[in-house]
Design a protein around this ligand. Structure first.
Ligand SMILES: Nc1ncnc2c1ncn2[C@@H]1O[C@H](COP(=O)(O)OP(=O)(O)OP(=O)(O)O)[C@@H](O)[C@H]1O
Length: 246
């Protein structure tokens, strides 16, 4: 039986008649950074949207912090921080207003919110953007603000869809360090990524999906073995072998 802070059980999602995700099961345990990998259209975003209840699965369920996303989405959202693939709206809010808004939504006491927001603003070098409108920020800067917003309520579970895309190397490092720190304190991190070289050094486990199905899972060593590759193989070699058959 799968156990973890986040458990995906027999997930299936269809668009029209076509399955985007089929029979997908995996778990992310406390302290783990789990990277979902796969080619374009493999079903990563669909999976993450099902995890946070943005999409309703056609079969299966996701249990986060012991709560079913089908029946207890509110509880799931309470213990989860989510970074979507594409930024959503809020162009008319200043960065500080957006973070206040998220803090209010999360019912974070004002003084706590202000201390946490300031810590993250300084960590991600966002000081000069406090008064900028979300709509006038560069893509990478919006990404940093969305990451900060997802961390404000100190969630036990983090679900991040390509969180490093568009971020400069310094911010990528900051984010990796912070996610490692949070995982070290018992958080479960689920992220999708195309950055195999980053994931190789960063993730505790990977799940490789193709055509909506999990084709390999485990530590780097595990997936190398699954791909029948030697010690020197990289995650890119594993990916190419398992996904492309080369
Ligand atoms: N709203 C939608 N309507 C119809 N089909 C969709 C919709 N969203 C996704 N799909 C299809 O579902 C499949 C999985 O898409 P998904 O976005 O989950 O893949 P992904 O692994 O996140 O891809 P990428 O790496 O390109 O972000 C694809 O075939 C895609 O075309």
């Amino acid at each position: 039986m799968l156990e973890g802070l986040l458990v995906v059980k027999g997930l299936e999602k269809r668009y029209g008649g076509k399955a985007a995700v089929e029979g997908l099961s995996f778990a992310v345990r406390p302290g783990e950074i789990y990277a979902l990998l796969g080619p374009n259209g493999a079903g990563k975003t669909t999976t993450l949207k099902c995890v946070v209840g943005l999409l309703r699965p056609d079969a299966g369920d996701v249990v986060v912090c012991g709560h079913s996303v089908l029946r207890e989405r509110r509880e799931v959202l309470r213990c989860t921080g989510y970074v979507p693939e594409n930024p959503v709206g809020f162009d008319y809010l200043r960065v500080s207003e957006f973070l206040d808004f998220v803090g209010a939504l999360r019912r974070i006491p004002r003084d706590v919110l202000s201390e946490r927001a300031e810590r993250y603003i300084s960590m991600f070098g966002l000081e000069q953007y406090r008064d900028a409108f979300m709509g006038e920020l560069s893509r990478g800067t919006v990404q940093k603000v969305l990451v900060v917003a997802s961390l404000l309520h100190e969630p036990r579970v983090l679900v991040m869809d390509e969180p490093m895309s568009g971020m400069d190397p310094e911010s990528q490092k900051t984010l990796k360090d912070e996610l490692r720190r949070l995982a070290g304190r018992g958080a479960a991190v689920l992220l999708s990524s195309h950055m195999l070289d980053v994931v190789e050094r960063f993730a505790s486990r990977v799940g490789i999906i193709s055509g909506g199905r999990l084709i390999a899972e485990g530590s780097l060593e595990d997936v190398k073995r699954a791909a029948e590759l030697g010690e020197d193989a990289t995650l890119e070699d594993v990916f190419m072998r398992l996904v492309k058959g080369v």
